[in-house]
Design a protein around this ligand. Sequence first.
Ligand code: PLP
Length: 361
Amino acid sequence: MAGFPAHLVREDLRGFAGYSSARTSAPGVPARVWLNANESGLPNAVDPGGASRRYPDPQPADLVEAFADLLAAAPDQVVVGRGSDEIIELLVRALCRPGGDGIVVSSPTFGMYAVSAHLHGVPVTDVPQSEDGLGWQVDAAALARAAREAGARVVFVASPGNPTGSVVPLRDLAALADDLADQAVVVVDEAYGEYARQRSAATLLADHPTLVVLRTLSKAHGLAGARIGAGLAHPDLAAVLRRVQAPYPVPVPVARMGVAALAAEALAATRRRVMETLRLRDALGRRLRGLDGIRAVYASEANFLLVRCDDPDALLHTLASAGIVVRDVRNHPGLEDALRISVGSAEEMSALETALGETTS
Ligand SMILES: *Cc1c(COP(=O)(O)O)cnc(C)c1O
């Protein structure tokens, strides 16, 4: 694997060691009696096995390995955290000087990139996507130009995108990373990767050391409440991200759940749920395209549909009367008439179907 350009990391953090925690300060000591972290000597009654009595490993080895296996990567390339949201935060923190280096996004896109940037005092440059009524296109060459002009250190691309549902071709992502190899890290957020036909950008990592891939157990894996996400990066960058992370990001019960969700049988069940979701999504798409007042239903490679309608307020109202909440995305520039509808269970989809019947009468 080629080297990671150290100058992309914030200068003041290059030699930064981070917090020395109880779990990391005595590596390799063959200890039998741990008296170095002020933990209780006895378990709490709510934790009879005592699994949570001690601070967790900052990067639970079995969870890290499970993600590495999933993505055909090495464990030293993996950073696990509280959802991919936390990895987004770590990337901005590690790569952008507060008040200085910026990030580049391509709207409409996931809001957390700009939120993380804002919280770190980092400017955001937007290169809007184009659309043709069927799908959305990210202009990789324009992103590269904007990143250079703005002196940005991170480019965030969601693929499949949220709220667009569109996929960015791997060759565009590879070209973007090559284009910006001396300027910025290119982050491919694959929160919906399990629903996409294209293979993961993780397959590009060996040849593109400045690429980062984000994955999460929040969407297809059905564990949004557990808050488990991972970043896949060059080992040098992964090491920096771990050093700027909070000391014990992954709670013991959460790490166990994550490991269980990434075991073969659970993964097979997730793949079956994904197939069912795709079937329900395509049925919903057909239904929506046949409705009066729907202007566009974009092709989606995720578990939601982005739709434009003549009267979004009326549709929101009809659905709300049936107790159904969909995402109002009209605050995104260029989506002033749009809603995003998640694909839920078969029961939820038939409730939606029934409510949509009301809109035509
Ligand atoms: C939902 C979502 C996430 C958030 O994932 P967590 O792992 O739950 O933090 C990240 N990126 C995109 C594009 C999303 O839609």
